[in-house]
Design a binder for this molecule. Structure first.
Ligand code: NAD
Length: 344
């Protein structure tokens, strides 16, 4: 049994904590939070132990929330810490807490790549992360792009270059103070966007360019993907790879999937907690092949896509299971759509 702690219990951290509770080879020791808010009550109601920073203990106690200790106590009790704090706090925590102990740490994509020994997407480079002390699970868009690149690479389709045009959600649903609310932001105004560099931290030898805009919605990101392969390809071959690759689902327009809102509705209807969609969603009819070129629409759920990656990163860091055994175990435990299953 592996003992895991989650530092930072926000959008990503709370999902990872729930996912750890579903693993039979991991035990959630506790979560670390800085605010005694409703999320702290929910964590307590799920039986999670709460840790915080020293000057916040009193605040929690005033609200009747029992605190088990400070972050350092949590770190000393765990084999692995998941740091899901906001960008750059992870690096600070590394200096302040993690370097003092032997605990392994999984950071998130908001941190600079330098925070870790390896940047990670399970399907792309699980083996590189085996035994590593510090692992960074890359951001949502980078995870989605790396998954499809790895799928083609591992099935003999050599990519010449990939270009991804990303329509980013303006904010997460809970981020009421963020925007845009009536604009389309160049995000960033310079090219390429950071996603291209980030994919290269996982798959170094790839010719990739990305550009991104942010729009007024909170549901998912939408990617317009263009890939040029080294040799002519067939649509059947591409579809076969997409169908059989875990963590990729194809949804059909003629079954009603013509927008990201409909993907979210599907997730609600099948009972996904928080309407999470950790799989890449490929809109099937958009998959178009012309000789060596491939075009497609792909939706990425920013709040949940990195959750299975974090579970696999824990197993890789402690060399608990080989790559595909970990991926399949994670997917089964979290109820992801199993490979080979066509939707619609
Ligand atoms: P968030 O703001 O929703 O959650 C972060 C939580 O950490 C908050 O509850 C905050 O109060 C808490 N926190 C702040 N300082 C802390 C400290 N010192 N100790 C303990 N807790 C502390 O952020 P998020 O969206 O979950 O992002 C977390 C990380 O995941 C970032 O690196 C981000 O880039 C990455 N990420 C986010 C998304 C997304 O779309 N939300 C997707 C992929 C990756």
């Amino acid at each position: 049994m592996v003992y895991v702690g989650v530092v930072g219990y926000g959008t990503i951290g709370k999902r990872i904590a729930d996912a750890i509770l579903k693993q039979d080879d991991m035990k959630l020791v506790g979560i670390a939070k800085t605010k005694p808010d409703y999320e702290a009550y929910i964590a307590t109601s799920k039986g999670m132990n709460i840790y915080t920073i020293p000057n916040k203990i009193k605040l929690f106690e005033e609200k009747g929330i029992k605190v088990k200790g400070v972050i350092e106590d949590l770190v000393t009790k765990c084999d692995v810490i998941i740091d899901a704090t906001p960008a750059s706090i992870g690096m600070r925590n590394k200096d302040q807490y993690y370097l003092k102990y032997n605990t392994k740490v999984i950071f998130q994509g908001g941190e600079k790549a330098e925070v870790a020994d390896v940047s990670f997407v399970a399907q792309a480079n699980y083996e590189e992360a085996i035994g590593k002390r510090f692992i960074r699970v890359v951001s949502c868009n980078t995870t989605g792009i790396s998954r499809i690149v790895a799928a083609f690479r591992d099935n003999g389709l050599e990519i010449d270059k990939i270009r991804v045009f990303i329509i980013r959600r303006g904010a997460d649903p809970k981020e009421s103070g963020k925007g845009p609310i009536n604009d389309i932001l160049l995000n960033p105004p310079t090219l390429p966007s950071h996603h291209a560099f980030d994919v290269k931290t996982v798959i170094p030898n790839i010719d990739i360019l990305t550009m991104a805009i942010a729009v007024p919605e909170t549901l998912m990101h939408l990617h317009m993907v263009y890939i040029m392969f080294k040799k002519p390809i067939s649509r059947e071959h591409v579809m076969d790879i997409l169908y059989k690759t875990p963590r990729i689902i194809t949804l059909r327009a003629d079954m009603g999937f013509k927008s990201i809102a409909q993907v979210v509705e599907w997730a609600r209807d099948i009972g996904r907690t928080r309407y999470d969609v950790p799989e890449n969603i490929i809109f099937e009819e958009s998959v178009t092949v012309q000789d060596k070129e491939l075009f497609l629409f792909m939706a990425i759920h920013q709040e949940s896509i990195v959750v299975p990656e974090n579970i696999d990163a824990i197993r890789a860091s402690l060399n608990m299971l080989p790559k595909w055994s970990s991926i399949r175990k994670t997917d089964a435990s979290l109820g992801l759509v199993q490979e080979g299953k066509k939707y619609g």
